[in-house]
Design a protein around this ligand. Structure first.
Ligand SMILES: Nc1ncnc2c1ncn2[C@@H]1O[C@H](COP(=O)(O)OP(=O)(O)OP(=O)(O)O)[C@@H](O)[C@H]1O
Length: 247
C-alpha cells in the first residue's frame, strides 16, 4: 500500500450477478431448458468501478437508496463475496458485523453457538472461556443462553451475535445496519461499545438507513447510485447531495 496510514484500498471493484429470466419449477425442467438454450441470463452489475481508500481512523458512511449496492460493497470488503473484477487490499484485523446471528446453528443453544461462532471468527476456546460471562452478560439473554437458538427472536440472535463479534479489537470495523438491533436500551449500549472502539482509532465502514446516525458516527461518506460512486468526500457535503436525491 502506498502510504503508511492507509488501511484500505478499493480499486476498480465490480460485482456482477447473473439473474435468471426464466422461472423453472424443478431441476429436470431446468436441465432441459438449459440444453435447449431457453434460459437466458441477464447480467447485472451491482457494483461498477468502485475506487476509494481510507486512512487509519477514517469513518466512512456509505449512502444510497435501496438496491444501490451498499451491502454488496461491505460484503466484498469483508471477503464474504469475491469481486468479479478489481482489488481490495486491507491492513490489519477486520471485524465484519454483517447479518448478525445468520451463521448460528439453530439446533444448538446460545452458549454452544458462542463457541461455534467464536471459532469461525478465529477465537481460541481458552479466549472464549475467559470471555464467556462477559458475552452472556452483554447479550442480556439470561437463562435463554441454554435454550436452542431456534427459539430465539431475531433481536435475541442479533444481540448474541453482536456480543461475540465485538470481542476483538479490530483495525477495520464493518457495520451493516447492526446498530439498529435490539430494543432502545440495547441500541444505546451497542453504540457506546462501538464508540469505545472509535476512541482506539479503529477505521469504520458504516451502512445504516438512519442518515442522522451516519452523520453522528462518520466523518466521510460515499454516495452510491446503481452500483457507482456519484459523490464522495466530507460527510456534510455528501449527505447534502443525498438529501437532495431523496426529496
Ligand atoms: N446474491 C445476489 N444475487 C443477485 N442479485 C443480488 C444479490 N445480492 C444483491 N443483489 C442485487 O444487487 C443490488 C444491490 O444490493 P444491495 O443489497 O447491495 O443494496 P443496498 O444498497 O444494500 O440496498 P438496501 O438499502 O435495500 O439494503 C440489488 O439490486 C440486489 O437485488
Amino acid at each position: 500500500m502506498a502510504k503508511n496510514k492507509e488501511v484500505l484500498k478499493v480499486e476498480h471493484v465490480g460485482m456482477k450477478f447473473n439473474l435468471s429470466q426464466e422461472k423453472v419449477d424443478n431441476l429436470k425442467e431446468y436441465v432441459i431448458k438449459l440444453l435447449k438454450r431457453q434460459i437466458s441470463y441477464n447480467e447485472f452489475w451491482a457494483l461498477k468501478d468502485i475506487n476509494f481508500s481510507l486512512n487509519k481512523g477514517d469513518r466512512l458512511g456509505i449512502l444510497g437508496l435501496n438496491g444501490a449496492g451498499k451491502s454488496t460493497l461491505l460484503k466484498v470488503i469483508a471477503g464474504v463475496l469475491k469481486a468479479t473484477e478489481g482489488t481490495v487490499v486491507t491492513k490489519g484485523k477486520i471485524a465484519p458485523l454483517l447479518e448478525l446471528g445468520a451463521g448460528f446453528d439453530q439446533q444448538y443453544t446460545g452458549r454452544e453457538n458462542i463457541y461455534l461462532y467464536g471459532a469461525v471468527l478465529g477465537f481460541s476456546k481458552k479466549f472464549l472461556d475467559d470471555k464467556l460471562e462477559e458475552i452472556i452478560s452483554f447479550s442480556e439473554l439470561g437463562n435463554f443462553i441454554d435454550v436452542p437458538v431456534k427459539n430465539y427472536s431475531s433481536g435475541m440472535k442479533s444481540r448474541l451475535g453482536f456480543s461475540v463479534a465485538t470481542l476483538v479489537e479490530p483495525d477495520i470495523l464493518i457495520l451493516d445496519e447492526v446498530l439498529s438491533v435490539g430494543d432502545a436500551k440495547f441500541r444505546r449500549k451497542s453504540e457506546a461499545k462501538i464508540m469505545s472502539m472509535f476512541d482506539k482509532g479503529v477505521t469504520v465502514l458504516f451502512v445504516s438507513h438512519s442518515l442522522e446516525q451516519v452523520q453522528r458516527l462518520c466523518n466521510k461518506a460515499i454516495l452510491l447510485e446503481k452500483g457507482r460512486i456519484i459523490a464522495s468526500g466530507d460527510i456534510g457535503e455528501v449527505s447534502k447531495i443525498y438529501e437532495e436525491k431523496t426529496k
